[in-house]
Design a protein around this ligand. Structure first.
Ligand SMILES: [Zn+2]
Length: 332
């Protein structure tokens, strides 16, 4: 009944850490029992999360006096987290160098500790800079985010990235993917396909998310390279289009067009072919339906017809030429 009441009221017992029993009958062979307890409710626990219970010395009573301390102080961890992007900031080296020589203590250990502390204080400037690039004043009207950038004072993630990493070369693969005139999911898909980060069997197996890395269509490991350029369906599709597959490591944007197509249109074509190969692969893996080069290319034609409306009128004709070429490669 006692326990039922405790449970019904949702009470929590404050643990007594320095003593096991609180009552004794003081006989030669004593009976020792834990009789005295302190309970708190959930609201109390939220308000005073570090409350504690300890015992005092017993004088006259056969019960041990208990002392409950009410406390809210939560110990804070002094973790320092280094951001690798700080090293890319143009002022990183000078700030750290200045901090390193700005203090001198005769004791080498104290000197090292003081220097590390100063460097740690200076190190976070890269992130802090984003917030203090311009002086902030509260005013009426719409909020405006700004950044002290040479090209534009308007805050945008691109300028923030360039401001933090001015020496970083642009990633041409991602530039090509984002510039595609295709649905957003296709842009993301082609980017992941180019850097081999799709959920292929090999990648899933590597992350312990698949029982094996073997391709669903052949006994080879299903890497992105295998799936899109070496597996039976892929080689049949590319050879039907008369597209040579380069040897070794290459970017999908290095695939040579079989005819002088508009380069931007050809890149959309490459994306459509990879997407269709991926859809064929998924159909085989999840539905057990095997596709041929013909059905894969037919889906490419459908997608190109669908994406045609994303192109400016002037660019639709080059896309139609590419689609006609893919159609001409169909067997039936
Ligand atoms: Zn395969």
């Amino acid at each position: 009944m006692f326990n039922d009441t405790i449970n019904l009221l949702g009470l929590i017992e404050l643990p007594l850490r320095d003593r096991q029993f609180t009552w004794s009958n003081r006989r030669d062979v004593p009976t020792l029992i834990r009789l005295d307890r302190v309970f708190i409710n959930h609201a109390w626990n939220t308000l005073f999360p570090t409350s504690s219970l300890s015992s005092l010395t017993r004088d006259t009573s056969d019960h041990v006096p208990l002392l409950a301390k009410v406390s809210t102080s939560i110990p804070k961890g002094g973790f320092f987290r280094y951001e690798p992007s700080w090293a890319l900031h143009q002022r990183f080296r000078s700030s750290i160098s200045a901090a390193w020589v700005s203090t001198f203590r005769p004791d080498p250990t104290a000197r090292l500790v003081a220097r590390l502390r100063l460097c740690r204080k200076e190190g976070g400037f890269g992130v802090k800079d984003l917030h203090r690039q311009n002086s902030i004043a509260l005013r009426h009207g719409e909020d405006r985010r700004v950044i002290d950038s040479p090209s534009t004072p308007r805050f945008c993630s691109r300028e923030a990235y360039r401001s933090l990493a001015p020496a970083q070369p642009l990633d041409t693969s991602s530039c090509m993917s984002w510039a595609l005139q295709a649905p957003s999911k296709i842009k993301i898909f082609t980017y992941l396909a180019d850097i081999d980060r799709l959920s292929t069997r090999a990648n899933l197996f590597h992350k312990s998310c698949a029982p094996s890395d073997v391709c669903a269509a052949c006994p080879c490991p299903e890497t992105g390279r295998h799936l899109f350029f070496a597996c039976r369906l892929a080689t049949a599709t590319w050879s039907r289009l008369d597209v040579p597959i380069p040897a070794g490591d290459f970017s999908i944007w290095e695939l040579q067009a079989p005819a002088p197509f508009d380069p931007a249109v050809w890149r959309v074509g490459v994306a459509a072919i990879l997407w269709s190969l991926w859809k064929s692969r998924n159909d085989l893996v999840f539905n057990g339906v095997a596709h041929s080069a013909d059905s894969t290319l037919r889906r490419v034609c459908d997608d190109l017809a669908l994406w045609r409306w994303r192109f400016r009128v002037a660019h639709r004709e080059p896309l139609d030429i590419l689609r006609s070429y893919v159609l001409s490669c169909l067997e039936s």
